[in-house]
Design a protein around this ligand. Structure first.
Ligand SMILES: NC(=O)c1ccc[n+]([C@@H]2O[C@H](COP(=O)([O-])OP(=O)(O)OC[C@H]3O[C@@H](n4cnc5c(N)ncnc54)[C@H](OP(=O)(O)O)[C@@H]3O)[C@@H](O)[C@H]2O)c1
Length: 261
């Protein structure tokens, strides 16, 4: 039986957990999910910024909650998943967005920084998926996982020196495929977004150094990302509208990967 398209994108009654939701791309995604009717639980380390963001979303009419936690710590991941389950009884949507970057020429990249990036960008995503799937998605035979990769996971870069970051984001592309293949039997969709450059705290230094106009000139659509560019793709992957899509990485990059891959 056909379902009206508006209903397929409706997230009412769903609970979404978004790591790194206090600002930047995590906030944009949380906003999209909240505006589509989901209850959102935002996670990040700095409580003050997190609470302020949550207050803003509530003032906009969203059912927003938050928990300060460090997603790079396995015990914190367990706590986040357990406390969210205690509070809401289900986690339908998991957005693994928190990530770290480190810039250094590959030949000088410190091992400690390599481990830090790989731990947050890869290992903690694996552990978060495991915790949420065990507690909610596998028993309920339902869930959508959205992993945030990057254009840096699809191609190399000449102007940025970030060997650990690029490696970690590439790993997420195949992590997403592999997990989707394994958890399809539980009706869990696993997809990834690979954003091109967006102006956020993480990229501010790069944008200041290269200049936004210089960066935009290399993009087929002649612009970098903005406060709305990820919203549609996030809701598609989180909702019934994306029910038959799994294991995919969607570049949201103004077309950069289309011309460089
Ligand atoms: N901006 C871009 O152009 C771009 C492009 C491609 C991919 N991405 C990816 O998009 C994701 C978000 O990046 P962004 O640009 O939005 O960066 P951002 O503005 O710096 O935001 C990062 C968010 O993650 C949180 N966070 C960082 N480390 C954390 C940890 N250990 N535990 C919990 N939360 C943590 C931060 O809050 P606290 O500091 O308070 O913890 C903040 O909420 C990252 O995975 C990044 O690699 C970004």
């Amino acid at each position: 039986m056909s379902t009206p398209i508006g209903k397929l994108f409706d997230l009412s009654g769903k609970t979404a957990l978004v790591t790194g939701g206090s600002r930047g791309l995590g906030l944009q995604i949380a906003q999209a999910l909240g505006e589509s009717g989901a209850r959102v639980m935002l996670i990040s380390r700095k409580a003050a910024e997190l609470e302020a963001t949550t207050g803003t979303l509530r003032a906009q009419g969203m059912d927003a909650h938050c928990m300060a936690a460090d997603a790079s710590q396995p015990a914190e991941i367990t706590r986040v998943a357990e406390e969210t389950m205690r509070a809401f009884g289900q986690i339908d949507i998991l957005v693994n967005n928190a990530g770290a970057n480190w810039t250094a020429p590959a030949e000088d990249h410190p091992l400690e920084a390599w481990n830090k990036v790989m731990n947050l960008n890869v290992t903690s995503i694996f552990l978060m998926c495991q915790a949420v799937a065990r507690l909610s998605m596998i028993p309920r035979r339902s869930g959508s996982i959205i992993n945030i990769s990057s254009l840096a996971g699809l191609l190399g870069a000449t102007e940025s020196k970030f060997i650990a970051y690029g490696t970690s984001k590439g790993a997420i592309v195949n992590f997403t495929r592999t997990l989707a293949a394994e958890w399809g039997q539980y009706n869990i969709n696993v997809n990834a977004l690979a954003p091109g450059p967006f102006p956020t705290k993480m990229t501010q230094g790069m944008i200041d150094r290269l200049g936004e106009e210089h960066m935009a000139a290399k993009v087929p659509l002649r612009r970098i990302g903005d406060d709305n560019a990820l919203k549609g793709a996030a809701v598609l992957f989180a909702s019934e509208a994306g029910r038959h899509i799994t294991g995919q990485t969607l570049a949201v990059d103004g077309g950069i990967s289309a011309v460089h891959v």
